[in-house]
Design a protein around this ligand. Structure first.
Ligand code: GCO
Ligand code: MG
Length: 404
């Protein structure tokens, strides 16, 4: 019988931190999984190295579901970002191996292509509205059919979604202590409809427009914002309120027809059960890395399909290209696909991660290489040592902590 002979964790920082799991079989087949939990990377690395990898050696790599159940139920302590990210990495690596053994891209093992390509949305942002409009123009020129728009709220430094002056990253701030951003809900609620209205006024309605609130409003504030945004016909309004309060969405729903998306911080189907079964959202944003891998993501998406909820997986640059590839294979195959976030990866990530996925005319495709279609250059990875980073925190004008 073929067995797993080695499971090893690679922590590397080519441009930003990524945690990667490498599983090798007795036949010499290698599978890759992403285990990156932004700002808490080493917790997942330790969980895998100390508690998961020793369980894998000697097991049959073909038994993906059984391994998932073993790691989930067998730990007794269930769910949570660290555990579910570790399980996800194992799951992705085993699907990668299964695809390589079969000589097929993973999406073929998931039922084959249910569409020709995966609609993706990009990020456009600016320190003010004119800068945002320039950035939207740039992305539309690149062929994107869906654009997320974010701009700095006047008077509030470090608004979420707007890059720092280096222009490259907007969440990892400092090595030691988190950066502190200022937050004031009133100005944001006045500014957001103006800003998104300016985008529609300049570019019209011939593309999908999205916006991320990043969990900052109360339910009634979110209801008002959704209502104020209705003339701008958003594809979705993302994370309007802190996501763990599922019944809050009942209040939002009573006040607006703007479509709602949530779920990038969810780890399991239980985190979104009420949101889906009560049809309180339109898009479920769980990611392949933070919600238990391909196996569990498909389970969530199947539940969502039953209730008319479509998919919109999280795809930020803080998930590695291994995750992006895995997400695309799922996106290709599920019936209720909606859209996929694609933030891209900045150099030198490409020196470590080699991918086969492509983008053209607004759509991505995972490629047809066997498995996930990703390779990791371990020799290159050692040149980019771990670089400790913290996500920022938000404080209100009175100094109290607000959701970031
Ligand atoms: C998004 C997200 C990200 C998160 C990041 C945190 O919609 O892409 O909100 O930008 O902030 O993934 O690590
Ligand atoms: Mg988001």
């Amino acid at each position: 019988m073929t067995t797993i002979t080695e499971a090893r964790v690679i922590v590397t920082s080519p441009g930003r931190n990524y945690v990667t799991l490498k599983i090798t079989t007795s036949d010499g087949v290698v599978g890759w999984g992403d285990a990156t939990l932004n700002g808490r990377e080493l917790a997942v690395a330790a969980y895998m190295t100390d508690h998961v990898c020793p369980l894998l050696v000697g097991r049959d790599p073909a038994r993906i579901e059984d391994t998932w159940q073993l790691l989930y139920r067998g730990a007794y302590w269930r769910r949570g970002p660290v555990t579910m990210t570790a399980i996800a990495a194992v799951d992705m690596a085993l699907w990668d191996i299964k695809g390589k053994v079969a000589g097929l891209p993973v999406y073929q093992l998931l039922g084959g292509a249910a569409r020709n390509g995966v609609l993706v949305y990009c990020h456009a942002s600016g320190s003010d509205v004119p800068a945002l409009l320039d950035d939207v123009a740039r992305h539309l020129d690149q062929g994107f059919l869906a654009v997320r728009a974010q701009a700095s709220v006047p008077g509030l430094e470090g608004t979420y979604g707007v890059p720092a002056p280096d222009g490259l990253l907007y969440e990892p701030a400092s090595a030691a202590l988190p950066a502190e951003h200022l937050w004031d809900t009133g100005p944001y609620l006045r500014f957001a409809p103006e800003m998104l209205g300016a985008v529609r006024e300049r570019f019209g309605f011939g593309f999908h427009l999205l916006h991320d609130v990043h969990h900052r409003l109360s339910p009634i504030e979110a209801g008002r914002l959704g209502h104020d945004l209705e003339p701008h016909r958003l594809f979705w309004l993302e994370d309007p309120t802190p996501a763990e309060d599922q019944s809050a969405f009942r209040v939002i729903r009573q006040h607006t027809t703007t479509p709602l998306a949530v779920g990038e911080v969810f780890n399991s189907i239980w985190d979104c059960q009420q949101l889906i079964t009560e049809r309180l959202i339109d898009y479920i944003r769980t990611s392949v890395t933070h919600a238990g891998g391909i196996t569990h993501l498909r389970r969530i998406f199947s539940l969502a399909d039953l209730y008319g909820v479509r998919t919109g997986s999280h795809g930020p640059g803080d998930l590695s290209p291994v995750a992006m590839a895995a997400a695309l294979h799922v996106d290709m195959s599920v019936p209720n696909f909606g859209i996929q976030e694609y933030m891209g990866h900045r150099d030198p990530a490409g020196e470590v991660f080699r991918t086969t996925y492509t983008f053209a005319d607004g759509y991505m495709h995972p490629g047809d290489a066997p498995g996930l279609g990703v390779d990791v250059d371990e020799d290159a990875a050692v040149h980019f040592p771990y670089d400790p980073r913290q996500l920022p925190v938000n404080r209100r004008l009175d100094g109290s902590v607000h959701d970031w």
